[in-house]
Design a protein around this ligand. Sequence first.
Ligand code: SAM
Length: 396
Amino acid sequence: MPIDEITQKVSDRYARAASTGEQVCGPTIYDFAELKSFIPEEVLKISYGYGTPAWLKTVSKGETVLAIGSGGSIDCFEASRLVGPTGHVIGVDMTDTMLAIARKNAPLVAANLGYPASNVEFRKGTADAIPVIDGAVDLIISNCVINLAPDKRKVFREMFRVAKPGGRFTISDIVADQPVPQYLVHDTDKWGDCLSGALTLTNYIAGMVGAGFLGIHLIKSSPWQVIDGIHFLSVTLTGYKLPAGTSVSAVHYATLCGPFSRAVDELGTTYLRGIPQPITPDTRCLLNQAPLASHFILSSTPLWLDRSDTRWTAVYPADAPCQWQGYFALLAGPFVEAADDDHHVYRRGEPVEICSKTLTVLGTDGYAPHFAIINRAGRNASDDAVASPPNQESCC
Ligand SMILES: C[S@@+](CC[C@H](N)C(=O)[O-])C[C@H]1O[C@@H](n2cnc3c(N)ncnc32)[C@H](O)[C@@H]1O
């Protein structure tokens, strides 16, 4: 399908939805009671995202926030409240009907917030040609839009261009656990349903890294739909445009504390838990970002950890039989590859089948934030407990 045709169909779809108030996408989990206190009903009823990138409190006072595919603009108005009257919010959308509703409601929201004037402006444009100057934005948000864009690499490059050095994004979108087959890619209706254009999690994050973003990690995920065996998930990801240049620092080593026993970062450095790894200034800058910082000790001289050190973290599976219930784990950053203490190697975005014991391990605090979990069992999986053979390396 030609790119222009996809874009036109998607725009028509959302113009129609905005006019009729029809429900298009999955339910978001905003606190609508709170939002109702300052956002008009006309906006709330055309909230078509899957996540809550602004509501996650990723927005700080005084910032410039860009919302890509702002739609009715629930996220822009929430960001407007969070940046305060000194901040600035820019909503970009390609659909006139959406822009008209958003523009009409901006002064009402400003009045409800007690602002002297609206701090939100709306610009017509597409995600792959964002009408914003270079390096202008502290935070880019987007809610269920990039999957609708035919050329996502171009979108990621545009995001990187408009972000300030030191800026970041928090994006909610739909991804798939495997490549979407061509018969769905060419199904015009499913483009508007946020299915046809979904990338795999691996390709989605690789596209962002290819554009220059680093430290990409999961904020939230939830399973959404299964179509012909393909699992579509809603994910919210954050990543950084690291500041240009690196300041002088005494830090030259990084020691991985765990819970991963081994991890590879996006710049290609491999870390083994407890063993100091010499790092470059670029890597130091990366490891200073959340959530990477919480996994490392950065030091000026080599620092070894052993199991007796309270900073060493490890989570072992229970010494008991396990059950195979259809669960798969997808590492979603901040590492490109990581291993646990049970011989599983997780590569970013690639589903790894896990048993009940590993499900418990990955549910612990150190691991849970980094994994999206899906269940591929098409029927009730057997509850039979499986004992590990004594010579098997992992419980699985
Ligand atoms: C699923 S709705 C989400 C709207 C809004 N983010 C929300 O959470 O309610 C998708 C929105 O993105 C816009 N959109 C889709 N593809 C776009 C593109 N390539 N460039 C700009 N806007 C786009 C549509 O016009 C629509 O308003």
